[in-house]
Structures are given as structure tokens and as C-alpha cells.
Design a binder for this molecule. Structure first.
Ligand code: FAD
Length: 344
């Protein structure tokens, strides 16, 4: 039996775990480590401190099904819809530009419900607040070290975090990455932006004619969504929530600032765009240093093999593109690589 570690409980890691379990069933022990306190990665859903039912999606907003993937990944889209995890977007999104033949799905329980679904199907042992720092090769196994706690050994390791975070790992891994691969990894780049989640008292009215809107003429704000309205969950028992995404130039300009210093700048711009916005009871600010891929790994291979015996693989949207189908493609390529070796 192989002991496999997947680093990252985002969409790529969770789907990879689910597909590996389906392909190899009892032949493996699956373990997932994530440095965060919960599942989702950039598909995270944040909760109001005083009311855990009031939530916002601070990262990904919709699953956009494009004609390119409508057939190719049909079984993934259909399964999420059949289980009620995704529903069609019905609300008005002003300024949205759609590729012809595309449609959007939203998640009534928040976008992290997709990741949680795959994690629950995977039967993996999942551990949060495990920040991987070093990876060493010791007698044919990977010794994986974390910020605190004892190192553990694995037969296979799969890294699914953003590429710059892979390049930060220390130990033998840094010598094992071949020079050409390192150069290619260094070309992968991401945009940066901030997200703000605002939570309101039950019964608060946010009087706008849209559920979400793209803003094109503000120096700071690019997107606003009345998050529960966008997800088609308007309830008399749960207060509304609102999410703001900043523009990428604003994100880059303020990247090295503390969140606490940036939050008032975003709120000031929000109040100028929506002067009648009621007072929020709770606000969360998220810095997305690695938001969406602006340049992927050359030729978008889905995954790359850093070492083959034993396997050390890496995948994620950096090896495809930043959306549901990009991560799905990456998870499929990772699983294909592991399964083909297990059959030899
Ligand atoms: P991640 O979600 O980044 O997962 C990697 C995980 O690794 C994280 O949980 C992280 O905590 C963990 N990790 C990192 N380093 C370590 C370490 N050293 N040790 C342990 N764990 C570690 N996509 C869409 O489809 N539709 C959208 O509308 C959309 N909008 C977006 C808006 C924003 C603001 C952002 C940020 C992204 C958006 N995306 C959207 C892109 C989408 O969210 C990502 O492509 C996808 O979530 C990436 O998943 P992943 O699993 O590859 O990586």
C-alpha cells in the first residue's frame, strides 16, 4: 500500500484525492496537509464571526462552463448539479462578459462546498495548519517537514499550491528540480488583489438592482457582489453579505501593506460607489498574493514530474489556467501519471 501526501486542500488537491481514491481504491493511504485552518484554498468561503450561516466567497465566484469544457468535463459539472452543490446562475450580473455558448453555475452553500464534497468522497486523512517547509529524499521515501511537529514519510508527494510557494520549499527538493524545470517554473506568474467580505444584520436591505456588478471606472474596486443574492439564497433568517474584489493594479500597488491599512481604503471607495450602504456588523479582509494565473507553465501540461522514483509531482492552476476546469484538468493529469506507474 502506498502512502500518498497531497499538499493543499484546494480544488486541485481535493479533486485529485477523490479521483485517486476512485482509481486505486484500497491500494493507497491518502493524506492531505494544508497550512490554512480549513478547506478551499482560493475557493474559500468565509463565515461571519457572530453568525456562521452568513457567508461570503472571498475567492472564486462562479463556475463558468465554456464550450471547450462543456463536453470534456460534463461528468464533473453534471455531478455537482445533480447533488445540488451547484445551480445555474439566475441573478443579474452587470458588466459580465461571457464567451459565446458559456454559462455560469453558482454554489448555494458557498464555493468551498465543491472542495468539501471532493474531500468527503476521498476518504483521505485531512490535517489543517500543517505548513510544509522542507522535502527530503531518505532511503527511497519522501521525508516531509512542517513548521511545527515531527516530519513524516510518504511514498508519493503531490504539491498543489501556487508555483512561487513550491519554489519556496527547502531541503533536497531544491537540488532535485532540474535547471530547465526551475527556469520554466520561474516563468509562472499570478495577479494579486484584495477581497473584502461584509456581513450584515438579518433583515438588512441592500438596495441595488443587481446581484453582482463589474466596475470599470474606479481606481480600487473591480467587482461587487451581494453574495447571497448571487448564490440565489435570500433568506429572512440570515443577514445579507457582500464581497468586494479590488482591481489588480490596486492589489499590486498595495501588496506589501498590512491588511489593516488597506481595508479602510477599500471601504472608502465602496462607500463612494454605494453611498447608501448600511453599516456592516463584521468585515473580513483577504490579501490574494497569488490570485489568478497570468502566465502558466509552458504548454500547460497540467502537472510536472519533479522526481519519478519515488514520485514527486506538482500541479494546480499554474500548470493550466485559473478556473474550475483548469484545476480539473490538472487533477486528471496528476492521477493519470500516478495510476500509469502503479500499473507497471
Ligand atoms: P489553491 O486553491 O491555491 O490551493 C492550494 C492550497 O495549498 C491552499 O489551500 C494553501 O493554503 C495550501 N498551501 C500553500 N502552501 C502550502 C504549504 N507550504 N504547506 C501546506 N499547504 C500549503 N475560478 C473560477 O473558476 N471562477 C471564478 O469566478 C474565479 N474567481 C476568482 C477570484 C479570485 C479573487 C481568486 C483569488 C481566484 C479566482 N478563481 C476563479 C480561480 C480559482 O479560485 C483557482 O484557480 C483555484 O481555486 C485554484 O485551486 P488550486 O487547488 O490549484 O490552488
Amino acid at each position: 500500500m502506498s502512502r500518498i501526501l497531497i499538499v493543499g486542500a484546494g480544488l486541485t488537491g481535493s479533486l485529485c484525492a477523490h479521483l485517486l481514491r476512485r482509481a486505486l481504491a484500497s491500494k493507497l493511504q491518502l493524506v492531505i496537509w494544508d497550512k490554512a485552518r480549513g478547506a478551499g484554498g482560493r475557493m474559500s468561503t468565509s463565515r461571519c464571526t457572530s453568525d456562521p450561516n452568513c457567508t461570503v466567497d472571498l475567492g472564486a465566484q462562479y463556475i463558468t462552463v465554456t464550450p471547450d469544457y462543456a463536453q470534456k468535463h460534463k461528468m464533473f459539472h453534471d455531478e455537482l448539479v445533480a447533488k445540488g452543490i451547484c445551480i445555474p446562475l439566475r441573478a443579474t450580473v452587470e458588466g459580465m462578459v461571457m464567451k459565446e455558448g458559456s454559462y455560469n453555475l453558482v454554489t448555494p452553500q458557498g464555493v468551498s462546498s465543491i472542495v468539501k464534497h471532493y474531500l468527503s468522497q476521498s476518504g483521505a486523512d485531512i490535517f489543517y495548519e500543517r505548513h510544509v517547509t522542507h522535502i527530503n529524499l531518505r532511503e527511497g521515501k519522501w521525508e516531509v517537514c512542517r513548521k511545527s511537529g515531527t516530519p513524516e514519510n510518504f511514498d508519493i508527494v503531490v504539491l498543489t499550491m501556487p508555483v512561487p510557494q513550491i519554489l519556496q520549499l527547502q531541503g533536497d527538493i531544491s537540488q532535485l528540480i532540474k535547471e530547465k524545470q526551475r527556469q520554466q517554473l520561474e516563468t509562472v506568474s499570478y495577479s494579486s488583489r484584495y477581497a473584502l467580505g461584509l456581513f450584515y444584520e438579518t433583515g438588512t436591505q441592500i438596495d441595488v438592482p443587481w446581484a453582482a456588478k463589474y466596475i470599470s471606472d474606479n481606481p480600487c474596486i473591480r467587482f461587487i457582489s451581494i453574495d447571497n443574492k448571487k448564490r440565489n439564497v435570500e433568506s429572512s433568517e440570515i443577514g445579507p453579505s457582500l464581497v468586494v474584489h479590488t482591481s489588480v493594479p490596486f492589489g499590486i500597488e498595495n501588496l506589501e501593506q498590512e491588511k489593516e491599512a488597506v481595508q479602510p481604503l477599500i471601504l472608502k471607495q465602496l462607500n463612494s460607489l454605494l453611498p447608501n450602504l448600511p453599516q456592516a456588523k463584521d468585515i473580513k479582509c483577504q490579501k490574494w498574493r497569488y490570485s489568478q494565473v497570468t502566465e502558466a507553465f509552458p504548454e500547460c501540461p497540467g502537472q510536472i514530474t519533479l522526481h519519478s522514483k519515488p514520485f514527486l509531482l506538482c500541479g494546480g492552476d499554474g500548470f493550466t489556467h485559473s478556473n474550475f476546469d483548469g484545476c480539473t484538468e490538472s487533477a486528471l493529469r496528476i492521477v493519470e501519471t500516478i495510476v500509469s506507474q502503479s500499473q507497471h
